[in-house]
Design a protein around this ligand. Sequence first.
Ligand code: DP6
Length: 390
Amino acid sequence: MFSVTCVAPVNIALIKYSTHILGGKRNEDLILPINDSVSMTLRTDELCAETTITASESFYSNKMWLNGEEVPFEENTRILRCLNEVHRLAICAGSQKIPLSWKIHVKSFNNFPTAAGLASSAAGYACLVYSLACLYGIPVNDQLTTVARQGSGSACRSLYGGFVQWHRGNLDSGCDSVAKQVVSSKFWPNMHLIILVVNDQRKNTGSTLGMQRSVQTSQLIQHRADKVVPERVNQLKTAIHKHDFDTFAKITMKDSNQFHAIAMDTYPPCVYMNETSHSIVSFVHDFNELMGSSLIAYTFDAGPNACLYVLEENIPKLIYAINKAFPNDEESADYLRGIPLSNLDIQSKTKDNIFREKMELLKIQQKNTLKYIIHTKVGEGPRLLRANAR
Ligand code: DP6
């Protein structure tokens, strides 16, 4: 019996990949996108998937448990595809670590609530594929990212740390649709992320409804894929290489806006952001204007929660401003989760009269529109925690 336990990170796109819901895939089964995307990988301390895979000669069938509940394995084409592809890579690499005929049991957990609406599939599939690679003794390389991609598109970017580009590729086989690291997490270590988890009373019908609309796609999406994204990817990579936060922020916010404009241009529209999301957008623009430059950048995925990119040195200011504009009854550590923030840091801002006066100009929202806040930062790719042979 062999077993491995691994963790894999979440990644948040700066330049978005559009799923088939918005008509963004050129091949549905292989998950081939119509444009490149760029993301930042988050450290695993706050958000990650942890997966244990055991392979044994005595197992009768493949099985999988997700957060403690058994989920169908043999019926899940995405999981089967990942397993078969890893087997294929093991054969190509001549790896004979364990017999491919042995059945496997997969147990996977997310260390964050699925209800938070954060992209759990990217971390989950990256962890599955990485753990399989460890089990069968194959390296993390371009080809392994093509396997993770076939589990969930954005999962291919979670196989690397730092900033990562998923190249759309041109081949019908998809073997050139790979993720590559742009720079490691050490290149811009003070890049942090504040996630505002919003209180959302509405049931999220967006993606379910969206599926039914997959054939009807936006007329804007092709222009985005052909013209806008290629330019933005180059500009963003240059901004990252130069540590140019101002340009980084503008591109990120514009791309989030365009992604959601295309969701709205899908007919009938896919609505992912809610009223609170829009008030966060206004808050960020107001804050940046008051500060005289872009100190924060928002981005929204297929849900209402906001991800705010911010440099470490500007976090006290941002948290002060959030507490001001989005008042909340909750004051416990449960409200501000993740990397701890010294109260002294925030209090020092209350003593800065010029800053405080500026913050008085922020529009104050209704109480308790935010559920909680997660403070995290750029991080590394998946890693092996344990390996056992019995
Ligand atoms: C909005 O990777 O979850 O987060 O490939 O169908 O599994 P599938 O979709 P998924 O889509 C995520 C899309 C996004 C933008 C992004 O991460 O690029």
